[in-house]
Unconditional design. Structure first.
Length: 341
């Protein structure tokens, strides 16, 4: 019987064939991420059994303490990237410094990968969608072990980026700069199947996602934009609806499919907001642009920001082009209100 569906692995191999000069390393890297995602998915699915089965905090038969899911996910992704050999260093939200996997570029990986192994981890206990984010860069240094410099590249240098969402179904969504494709995990056979080819934002949207509890410490431009979202205007489908999960991956994913803007702005206390540039804002910014959308810090394109440290933060305004542009208009109008340098 003819197979009517495309698997993640099949799709990656097919795309690689379009580029005869490609060595296959990026393909293997993406496959490895897909495999690690399946292990993490299995663990997340059983998270609720922790209490009943005595998982968390217990010592297992190997004498190791059961890991919290943040740590577990981190270890799974590191292990997958290590065993593949295409990646020479990893930067992770869970590790202060980069993790060097290999010393010799002539023998090993030409890529570095930055990850947020578990995004939205405070939502685990409440059975709400969580995710994983990844950014893949070509290393800049040419010999010896990878260095921090290999990670401090603006997002426009990304070779690939994506996320895994562990939700009502588990999906992997990624881009290599030729559009965005989404794959849904069929848990019965453990295979990611192409379910969302060439994902694009709907032309416009009517959802806004922001933690409005911080309203009084937002910049004036954001406050004014929120008011704009709440006004009545039939032509522009306002008032919009508020949707905010508190897992950026899940908020971004819903907004990509339904049409909506996600904002995590700076606040009076934290001028650069909360999200990390290299492994949270950049991967979704690349996806958003590839899906016909826009991503900025309110003033500048996210992908043009030159990072100076591994864990630095940036405000994030992301979604359909016209929605983000409108929010930027308000930011510019009130730019004297703590503009972020
Ligand atoms: P993480 O779980 O990786 O630390 O990230 C959580 C982030 C992001 O997913 C989400 O958008 C944001 O925190 C929510 O923050 P607030 O609770 O301040 O709204
Ligand atoms: Mn996160
Ligand atoms: Mn995280």
């Amino acid at each position: 019987m003819e197979m009517k569906f495309k698997t993640l692995t099949g799709f990656i191999i097919e795309k690689q064939a379009d580029y005869p000069q490609a060595s296959g390393e990026l393909s293997r890297l993406l496959s490895d991420i897909g495999i690690a995602a399946k292990f993490v998915n299995r663990e997340i699915n059983q998270a609720g059994l922790g209490e009943v089965m005595g998982f968390a905090g217990e010592v297992n038969v190997q004498g190791e303490e059961q890991k919290k899911l943040d740590i577990y996910a981190n270890e799974q992704f590191i292990a997958a990237l290590k065993s593949g050999g295409e990646c020479c260093a990893i930067g992770s939200e869970e590790n202060e410094n980069i993790i060097i996997l290999e010393n010799d570029i002539s023998k090993h990986g030409k890529y570095v990968v930055a990850i947020d192994p578990l995004d939205g981890s405070s939502n685990i206990e409440s059975n709400v969608s969580i995710g994983t984010l990844f950014s893949i860069y070509r290393r800049r240094t040419v010999r010896g072990p990878a260095t921090l410099e290999d990670f401090l590249q603006p997002g426009r240098n990304l070779v690939a980026s994506g996320y895994v969402i562990y939700g009502s179904s588990t999906m992997m969504v990624y881009t290599t700069g030729y559009g965005v494709n989404g794959f849904t995990l069929d848990p019965s056979v453990g295979i990611f199947i192409l379910s969302h080819p060439d994902m694009k934002y709907p032309g416009t949207g009517s959802i806004y996602s922001i933690n409005e509890a911080n309203y009084f410490s937002f910049p004036e431009g954001v406050r004014q934009y929120i008011r704009y979202c709440q006004e009545d205007d039939l032509e522009t489908f306002r008032p919009y609806s508020t949707r905010y999960i508190g897992s950026m991956v899940a908020d971004f994913h819903r907004n990509l499919i339904r049409g909506g803007i996600f904002i995590y702005p700076g606040t009076r206390k934290n001028k650069k907001g909360k999200l990390r540039l290299i492994y949270e804002s950049n991967p979704v910014a690349f996806l958003a642009e590839q899906a016909g959308g826009r991503a900025s810090d309110g003033f500048r394109r996210i992908l043009d920001i030159q990072p100076t440290t591994l864990h630095e933060r940036s405000p994030l305004f992301i979604g359909p082009n016209n929605m983000v542009k409108k929010a930027e208009e308000f930011m510019n109008l009130y730019s004297s209100d703590f503009k972020i340098e």
